[in-house]
Design a binder for this molecule. Structure first.
Ligand code: GSH
Length: 233
């Protein structure tokens, strides 16, 4: 059976990683059997989660995993036309390559309180002697990445202002539809649900979360998808 390597479940959401949540959601939306292997990224093929193992193949990165799942199992996007596919790709990039950085900032840099919650969720099961060392080293690494990406050069209000623009765009794009591209879930929904539940459905407090919670169609969407695909959480 297909194995999904991802962070251990916590916070009463599918996964604290938007990308792990994306893949597990795709698997559920496409009704593909899988088993979860809870791990940390140390030792992952590309140093990041998620990755999968299936039929002797190891595939890392949610984008390559989705490509594999589409060709080997079920393509959730098969009924989309070219214009819808273009919107799907563009929105996934907004979610995963832009909004994601505001999420990362809020967890690893914004406040000490958020860092404590994040640290406990990710590193809490490590032996106490190495927990702080590994957690603090990883925190410094991620903060360097946030700075290298450019997000870390802005003030907190600026970072969250950019994130709020993304939430406005997502809310307008979803409007009153059931899923982002109509009545059926597609890859875009796996990505959007993964990011949105990690903003408005988790215990990391920030102006981004507060703003997301004012977008009723987004919070209804998150609750709907969670209820439909994760009844057993
Ligand atoms: N482009 C990758 C991003 C995956 C990613 O950034 N994973 C994060 C967790 S959200 C990770 O494992 N980070 C570990 C690290 O950078 O040390 C994908 O789509 O899978």
């Amino acid at each position: 059976m297909l194995k999904l390597y991802q962070f251990e479940r916590t916070w009463n959401i599918p996964n604290l990683s938007p990308f792990c949540c994306k893949i597990e959601t795709y698997l559920r939306m496409a009704d593909i059997d899988y088993e979860i292997v809870p791990v940390l990224p140390i030792g992952a093929p590309k140093g990041k989660l998620p990755y999968i193992e299936d039929n002797g193949r190891i595939i890392a990165d949610s984008r390559f995993i989705v490509t594999y799942l589409k060709s080997s199992y079920t393509n959730l996007d098969e009924d989309l036309n070219d214009a819808e596919l273009a919107i799907s790709i563009a929105m996934q990039r907004l979610l995963e390559e832009h909004l994601f950085w505001a999420v990362l900032y809020s967890r690893w840099q914004y406040t000490d309180e958020n860092w404590k919650i994040n640290k406990k969720a990710i590193f809490g099961r490590l032996p106490p002697v190495i927990r702080d060392i590994v957690a603090n080293r990883t925190r410094r690494k991620i903060q360097r990445q946030i700075y290298g990406h450019g997000t870390g050069r802005h003030q907190a209000e600026e970072i969250f202002a950019l994130g709020k623009q993304d939430l406005d765009a997502l809310s307008a794009a979803l409007a009153n539809k059931k899923y982002f591209l109509g009545d059926q879930p597609t890859t875009l929904d796996s990505s959007a649900f993964g990011l949105l539940i990690n903003i408005i459905g988790c215990p990391i407090e920030s102006p981004l979360k507060d703003y997301g919670l004012t977008k009723k169609n987004l919070s209804d969407y998150v609750n709907r998808v969670k209820h439909e695909f994760y009844q057993n959480l």
